[in-house]
Design a protein around this ligand. Structure first.
Ligand code: TMP
Ligand code: ZN
Length: 418
């Protein structure tokens, strides 16, 4: 089964100070939803465990999964990624605001913007001057959605070499952006070199990813999976940037993806550090983010969370209740597999992403159906909400289910019926 990338040292600072603190056992890849035909084939699994580097403080996967396991070529060789960003209307608004923020704070007439992992163009389409934006997106199925909307998108992996070519052709960039991508770059050092080549004198690198303190506080262990290789604190990111002559000068918390941080970095001394960034960094210190014991405590809460969720579902099932899963999110895959929630508990999982419908949950093989099936099914008593980060939007649209007595279950911060 192997093939995972495992080193004994920290993938950022290379020190032999990486301490594993939580382990979820063998796990399938979250974004590789098997089709009916795939069910007969063996499924790739890896050992999902997470460690804390006592030197540079980066929290990271102990084993990293190669991209090819979830950016999968189809029969024609066209690369395919199951996650489509524009599935949520709240997220669309979020990315319009993101583009506006970059535009008003950093861009001058003619400034170029690059986004790494631009998916279906959800962020880049928010910029007023589309001729100055460029997406880098290795998955053709999602890149094509952006291209059709007039957003120039290269279907390649970001690398220092690629950036060098782009800069030689048309010059440097004022902003390099990434959203939920930086945390998963396998060769982080090549990436940082690429960013350095790309940026002009006042260039900014802005990345937005799930924020480690929110993961710890919510016991959101379901943020930990193959396509999320690192879990950032401001300190650990700053340590990484420092290796490339860069520093964080601003940070803004975001509510998306269960609590994210948008981090602004540039070459040292280019921009003054904001008071907001300093305040957030101090808070990390107060919350014990720099100490291994904080992570060991998280690990204990994860085990308790699993026990409580399984107990709740077992009770409901013994009362004869019908339970389904709501959202085939990556996070759901982690929870279902770690807690053993398969067809023993769930009749199906519904999800609004057409790419996922008709397929199966990785590992547990529960069928994925469209929300229409769920809407027509009036026998469902409980829906286990995997996409808890979209709960406001989902509860708003499932008023019919709620009004006929249906209830949602969420598993964090504590498993409970909503
Ligand atoms: P995410 O938390 O990684 O963004 O994944 C959310 C998943 O939830 C994605 O597969 C789409 C699905 N979803 C629904 O099924 N219904 C919804 O209303 C929303 C917002 C998302
Ligand atoms: Zn390290």
């Amino acid at each position: 089964m192997g093939e995972e990338i495992r080193g004994n040292n920290c993938s950022v600072c290379d020190s032999p100070t990486l301490r594993e603190f939580v382990s979820f056992g063998r796990m399938p890849v979250v974004n590789a939803y098997p089709s009916q035909a795939d069910l007969k084939k063996p499924e790739y699994t890896y050992n999902l465990s997470v460690g804390f580097c006592e030197d540079c403080e980066m929290v990271q996967l102990m084993e990293k999964v190669p991209y090819i396991k979830y950016i999968v070529p189809d029969e024609t060789g066209r690369t395919h990624y199951a996650y489509v960003s524009s599935m949520s209307s709240f997220m669309q608004k979020h990315f319009v605001d993101f583009a506006h923020d970059v535009e008003t704070r950093f861009l001058e007439p003619g400034s170029r913007v690059m986004e790494v992992g631009s998916n279906d163009g959800i962020l880049l389409k928010g910029f007023s001057h589309r001729e100055n934006v460029l997406g880098i997106e290795p998955s053709q199925n999602v890149a094509e959605i952006a291209q059709k909307q007039g957003i120039e998108t290269l279907t390649e992996f970001f690398s220092r070499r690629l950036v060098k070519r782009l800069v030689d052709e048309k010059g440097k960039f004022r902003a390099v952006l990434s959203a939920n991508v930086f945390l998963n770059i396998l060769d982080i050092h090549d990436f940082m070199r690429g960013v350095n080549v790309a940026l002009d004198d006042k260039g900014v690198f802005i990345t937005e990813d799930p924020y480690l303190p929110r993961i710890l506080e919510n016991t959101a262990y379901d943020q930990m999976y193959d396509a999320h290789g690192r879990y950032h604190s401001l300190r650990s990111l700053d340590n990484l940037f420092e290796m490339y002559g860069m520093e964080i000068f601003d940070a803004q918390e975001q509510w998306v993806h269960g609590g994210s941080m948008r981090v602004y970095a540039a070459r040292k001394g280019t921009y003054p550090k904001t008071s907001n960034f300093k305040k957030l960094a101090e808070k990390e210190e107060e919350n014990g983010l720099h100490s291994l014991s904080t992570y060991n405590n998280f690990s204990k809460r994860v085990e308790q969370n699993k026990e409580k969720l399984v107990r709740l579902l077992t009770e409901l099932k013994s009362e004869g209740k019908k339970i389904v899963g709501y959202a085939a999110a990556a996070k759901s895959v982690v929870v279902h597999n770690y807690c053993g929630i398969g067809t023993n508990f769930l009749d199906y999982v519904c999800d609004s992403t057409p790419e996922k419908q008709g397929k199966y949950m990785p590992g547990t093989k529960v069928p994925i159906v469209s929300p229409d099936v769920f809407h027509r099914d009036h026998n469902v008593d409980y829906a286990l909400l995997g996409a808890w980060n979209h709960s406001e939007e989902i509860l708003g649209k499932e008023k019919g289910f709620l009004s006929r007595g249906g209830k949602f279950i969420v598993h964090l911060p504590e498993p409970r019926i909503l």
